[in-house]
Ligand binder design. Structure first.
Ligand code: C6P
Length: 419
């Protein structure tokens, strides 16, 4: 752990200047401007501590896991297992064996559909998701609809960008076998009313799956309190490396589900006739694991834990409130969502007369990185009447000064395009 981070908390509270020291990339200049990185919902930057943890693995104890008696193999196995334990503590899972390492949230959600879904769903069974989902919590269920004949239903979104709970109450019935919900929207930032939807799922006797890709980087998550059956997330959206994410699943479900990918490491025995499965979580981690990435994810979790998720949430809330107030005062800017309920500091908007891709390109000239496009949530975009937006998404190292730079640049861009 670098000295800078250790000095950050808890005595001095959340000190963003010290946090920024852990992210060398933030010192970059882009087109002669300081980098203002506001594309955190796509992927975050990485602290030195995380990169150093991966380096240490490669430089000091690189070896395959679960396969070797030698010292390096032992050390890498222990470190990789410890990373599962760190994630389990981070989200308050009952056991680290409930944490499966996968490539990303997309793979986690596909795993649920392709294992639990294929084994348990029959033609006519209903799966309910929301219209606010990322494609990764829609397409796997569409695949099952097309192969198994299940029925896929969508909880509508109101014109002000929140879930229609009355409609959810009507849609979730005893025919519903699984309810999937995005915990926080990558387009609107909206934090969804999890307990209400979970209670509807429970009333129906359905499983409840949370897509936590956007929530877990920004707020304390307690899977026992949420009482979800599955929780999916990506490491690269929470300061970790690419190529690693996790799926939390209740042990009782994981034990009875068939494996996802098959082959090495996920078996207990193999004969010519049949195979038996390894214990959890290895039953779901076939082949040589992303060892360095898993260790990196553990280090990212250490970093977040040291800062404190409640401190991070509070800091980002204040930053988000400031950004909201400033963006609302930009003339010709149409902001989506942020009208009701709680939201993360994720702002999708359009500038009158300027295509979002042109806007993002122009912002880049000012050193400001935002995303433009449909954000892999086309059903939501269609519902809200747009194809593409600009999106500024903030994280723990962003500052109010960067909000001001964004707003100033938007003003300049409007002049440039005479919009
Ligand atoms: N959203 C964004 O720019 P992967 O790509 O598997 O790491 O994450 C998928 C995913 C799942 N759920 C939600 C809510 C997400 O936001 C994402 C990824 C990125 O918004 C890339 S499209």
């Amino acid at each position: 752990m670098s000295e800078s981070l250790l000095r950050t908390v808890p005595a001095e509270g959340f000190d963003v200047a010290r946090v920024r020291m852990d992210f060398p990339i933030l010192q970059r200049r882009i087109h002669d401007h300081p980098l203002v990185y506001l594309d955190n919902a796509a992927t975050t930057q990485r602290p030195l501590q995380m990169v150093e943890a991966m380096n240490r693995y490669y430089l000091e104890y690189n070896a395959n896991i679960h396969r070797a008696i030698h010292t390096l193999g032992y050390e890498s196995t222990v470190a990789y297992e410890e990373a599962h334990k760190k994630v389990a503590r981070f989200i308050n899972a009952r056991s680290w064996r409930e944490i499966l390492f996968v490539r990303n949230a997309t793979e986690a959600l596909n795993l649920v559909a392709m294992t639990w879904g294929k084994a348990n769903l029959r033609a006519g069974d209903e799966v309910v998701v929301s219209l606010m989902e990322h494609h990764s919590n829609i397409v796997p269920w569409q695949m099952l609809r097309d192969s198994l004949g299940i029925i896929l239903k969508f909880i509508p979104v109101t014109s002000d960008g929140v879930l229609d709970l009355e409609a959810a109450d009507r849609l979730i019935t005893p025919k519903t076998k699984l309810v999937g919900l995005v915990h926080a929207s990558n387009v609107l930032g909206a934090i969804n009313p999890v307990s209400e939807i979970r209670d509807l799922a429970r009333r129906a006797g359905a499983l409840f799956v949370l897509d936590g890709a956007q929530s877990v980087p920004h707020m304390a998550v307690d899977v026992q309190a949420l009482d979800c059956d599955f929780f999916a997330a990506s490491g690269h959206k929470m300061l970790g490396p690419t190529g690693i994410g996790f799926l939390y699943g209740k042990k009782s479900l994981l034990q009875t589900m068939p494996p996802f990918l098959t082959g090495g490491d996920m078996i207990a025995t193999v004969s010519q006739e049949a195979s038996t499965w390894n214990e959890l979580p290895w039953k779901f981690e076939a082949g040589t694991s992303a060892v360095a990435e898993g260790i990196g994810l553990g280090a990212a979790v250490d970093y977040l834990t040291t800062l404190g998720m409640d401190n991070i949430y509070q800091y980002e809330k204040e930053l988000g409130d400031y950004a909201l107030q400033r963006l609302r005062n930009v003339s010709g800017l149409k902001l989506y969502g942020h009208e009701r309920g709680e939201s993360l500091a994720v702002f999708s908007f359009n500038l009158e007369g300027i295509h979002p891709h042109d806007g993002a390109n122009a912002l880049d000239r000012f050193g400001i990185a935002v995303r433009s496009g449909h954000h892999c949530a086309q059903p939501l975009m269609n519902r809200l009447g747009m194809d593409n937006t600009l999106r500024a998404s903030f994280y723990l190292y962003n500052t109010k000064a960067e909000v001001d730079l964004l707003v100033d640049a938007l003003g300049e861009i409007k002049k440039l395009f005479r919009a």
